[in-house]
Design a protein around this ligand. Structure first.
Ligand SMILES: NC(=O)c1ccc[n+]([C@@H]2O[C@H](COP(=O)([O-])OP(=O)(O)OC[C@H]3O[C@@H](n4cnc5c(N)ncnc54)[C@H](O)[C@@H]3O)[C@@H](O)[C@H]2O)c1
Length: 303
């Protein structure tokens, strides 16, 4: 008995890396998987049939899977992807938005296409599949069908939650995905559908591209024993979130890195000063901000 027997899942960007780990894990737990991958380079260039690699691995292990080669940030293509899952397997329960690219540069060296392409693949590439999956569930729900097996798991990143030098495009997209997750969780709540985000990690080509990190890119199926760099270490959290066991968990951001699972706290109010219904004068703020808001903390120096 798997946690996901009878469920149908889409995992985007699942030809390699972290997405491949999720697809293998969901299949191991009994789900049928539509393995999406456009087959691009790390920078988002080119196309290929990389989804087939993961489909073959799932089939070799006795699971059921099919490939999909759409660009997740193509609105119509994302619609075709959702339709393929429903047409091929008769239903859709789980959407894991994982596909991503990186074009790291400092803000002064970041060109317009670096910004546009990273925001497009991560942010629109999360919006478009989610829009089509939720529209599908909403139509069924309106027709009286129970869709409370519906699960969305998005992919943010530690860097997106605290910032990271040289990744303004990527971190803006990943922070956006965390906010998107919270909003969508509210909108799908009444159908019993959940929407959460994970912050994964692992020695993928994306991690290996970080200058000076000394990381060698490896696929999750190349690890035979526990290893802190295994890109599939967050996959059990994804499978759990996708199951009945996590029906009560929604709107959450959970990082799963190495041997830790960390519930991230959302933005919350910090030290506050108030001036009884009157406007602040800029000149009076220096003393007040330093003493009562920042206290001993030096603003801007967080590390
Ligand atoms: N590797 C890490 O340490 C790390 C840390 C935090 C978050 N993440 C996130 O995890 C996710 C997976 O990253 P990874 O490290 O496995 O990278 P990866 O480059 O190994 O895999 C990403 C996959 O997405 C596919 N893809 C790219 N653009 C696509 C598109 N438009 N449509 C469909 N598929 C597309 C690629 O072909 C590739 O197979 C990303 O969202 C990434 O931002 C990774």
């Amino acid at each position: 008995m798997g946690l996901l027997d009878g469920r149908v899942a889409i995992v985007t960007g699942a030809g390699h890396g972290i997405g491949r780990g999720h697809a293998l894990e969901l299949a191991k737990e009994g789900a049928t998987v539509l393995v999406n991958d456009l087959g691009t380079s790390l920078k988002g260039e080119g196309q290929g049939r990389d989804a087939d690699l993961t489909v073959n691995l799932i089939r070799e292990r006795g699971g059921t899977a099919e490939a999909n080669y759409e660009d997740v940030a193509d609105f119509e293509g994302a619609g075709r992807m959702v339709a393929q899952a429903v047409d091929s397997f008769g239903r859709l329960d789980i959407l894991v938005n994982n596909a991503g690219i990186a074009r790291d540069a400092t803000i002064w060296g970041m060109g317009e296409s670096d910004w546009d392409s990273v925001i497009r693949v991560h942010l629109k590439g999360t919006f478009a599949p989610t829009h089509h999956a939720v529209s599908h569930w909403r139509a069924l729900s309106k027709a009286g069908q129970d869709v409370s097996t519906g699960r969305i798991v998005n992919t943010t990143s530690g860097a997106g939650l605290v910032g990271n030098f040289g990744q303004a495009n990527y971190t803006a997209a990943k922070a956006g995905i965390a906010a998107f997750t919270m909003t969508v969780s509210l909108e799908v709540f009444s159908m019993g559908v959940t929407c959460n985000a994970i912050g994964p990690a692992g020695a993928t080509r994306m991690a290996a591209s970080i200058p000076g990190a000394g990381i060698e890119a490896r696929e999750p199926d190349e690890f035979e024993e526990w290893d802190p760099m295994d890109p599939s270490l967050s996959s059990p959290v994804v499978a759990w979130l996708a199951s009945d066991k996590a029906a009560h968990v929604t709107g959450q951001v959970i990082r799963a890195v190495k041997d830790e699972i960390v519930l991230m706290q959302p933005w919350s109010n910090g030290p506050t000063i108030r001036k009884a219904g009157r406007r602040w004068e800029a000149k009076e703020l220096t003393a007040l901000m330093n003493a009562d808001v920042f206290g001993s903390r030096a603003p801007g120096l967080r590390y």
